[in-house]
Design a protein around this ligand. Structure first.
Ligand SMILES: Cc1ncc(COP(=O)(O)O)c(C=O)c1O
Length: 393
């Protein structure tokens, strides 16, 4: 009789169940939009990264359908063999103009853009200086590079400077931060970190996944928001959140992009985007350029919802973006808050350790440009009811 070598997984899952941290996946029965059908229930959806509501935008849907008719459903290969279509190059050209950089390379996701870039440009002889709350894809890229990782306390520019100052001047150094931190919604201190990078000759890299389409002129991101164009060597953006489709990209110098074409493993060893995804992203860039009012609507809703949560007395942390955490403390309490909100018709996902610190479990809310005031007020009323019930306010 064969014994199951994976029984340790069941033990770990049982432990999660005991701590109230075992989650089943919520299932969307229809479209990703402001009010969605999830697990058979109509709920105000505060859990998606669909900041501008582009997942269902008719222009993007039409662009995807036309691309399927024109080019078929798949690219059929990795980029370096036969999977580079003219439409892939057109998207990269448009993104480079949008981001005001020499060139862009698109990856299959923001995750692979971060992990593939960091791991390919550094070796074990180099060093990485990284914010303690940087995204998992940055951390994985750092680990894959085998370069030593020096972590500085969240947003602490002086601490980053102190680390860098003590490193040998000739060593290659990567200073890396998220533009918007995905769990707290606060911004990386780009001007200060760029100063450190300039002073000590670091490569400066920013992951702008949650800033793409949200911050800066027409949604150009935090580099534009802080006015540090030309001082960030590597900008990562995503096409999976505000852009509404799927993908990630790296924007930078021609040399950087040419190098990634030769060394970034997800680019070399994984099939490129289907043409429909690429066409959708092109249509989304048109919207960012031609209809910036959509971004204003996102920010109007953000201000309204944040003010509502704060007026109720919730701990919403230090957010500066449409991501607003409602910090509950204990993991099981955050999950209870999320579950009760869901029963009241509001979908706001609970997030606990190891994604956030053990005592900072929360539900994370993200409003979109397409939420109506009625939907947001409905959500605030549910927060008020459940927050009182659980003693959070
Ligand atoms: C800060 C950050 N970077 C990168 C990513 C990965 O982006 P994508 O979903 O396009 O893989 C995410 C997504 O969760 C993120 O929050």
């Amino acid at each position: 009789m064969r014994t199951d070598p994976l029984t340790f997984l069941t033990t770990e899952l049982d432990s999660l169940r005991q701590q109230g941290l075992f989650r089943t996946l919520r299932v969307l029965d229809d479209r990703q939009q402001a009010t969605s059908h999830v697990d058979g229930r109509s709920v105000v959806n505060l859990s998606s990264n669909n900041y501008l509501g582009l997942t269902t935008h008719p222009t993007l849907v039409a662009a995807a359908i036309k691309a399927v008719e024109d080019y078929g459903v798949g690219s059929g290969s990795v980029r370096t063999i036969a999977g580079t279509m003219a439409i892939h190059l057109e998207l990269e050209r448009r993104l480079a103009v949008f981001k005001k950089t020499e060139a862009v390379v698109v990856f299959q996701s923001g995750f692979t853009a971060n992990a593939g870039t960091v791991s390919s440009i550094l070796t074990k002889d180099d060093v990485i200086i990284s914010d303690e709350l940087n995204h998992a894809s940055i951390i994985d890229g750092c680990r894959l590079s085998r370069a030593p990782i020096k972590v500085f306390p969240h947003k602490d520019v002086d601490a980053a400077r102190k680390i860098v100052r003590e490193l040998p001047p000739g060593q290659k150094k990567l200073l890396i931060t998220d533009g918007v931190f995905s769990m707290d919604g606060d911004l990386g201190p780009l001007p200060g970190l760029c100063d450190v990078a300039d002073e000590y000759g670091c490569i400066m890299m920013v992951d702008d996944a949650h800033a793409s389409g949200v911050f800066g002129q027409n949604g150009r991101g935090t580099i534009d928001h802080f006015g540090v164009h030309g001082r960030v060597d590597i900008q990562v953006g995503t096409l999976s959140k505000a852009i509404g489709a799927l993908g990630g990209y790296v924007a930078g110098s021609r040399a950087l992009i040419d190098f990634l074409h030769h060394r970034a493993r997800p680019f070399l060893f994984s099939t490129s985007h289907p043409p429909s995804v690429v066409a959708t992203c092109l249509a989304a860039i048109d919207i960012l350029e031609q209809e910036p009012a959509i971004i204003d609507r996102l920010w109007d809703n953000t201000r309204f919802f944040k003010a509502g949560l704060e007026a109720l007395g919730f701990n919403t942390g230090i957010s500066e973006s449409p991501i607003t955490p409602v910090i509950a403390g204990e993991g099981s309490l955050a999950m209870k808050l999320s579950d009760r909100l869901f029963e009241e018709g509001v979908f706001a996902q609970g997030i606990a350790f190891p994604t956030v610190a053990r005592d900072k479990a929360r539900v994370r809310t993200i409003v979109t440009a397409t939420h109506t005031r009625e939907e947001l007020q409905f959500a605030l009323d549910a927060f008020a009811k459940v927050g009182r019930e659980l003693g959070l306010i």
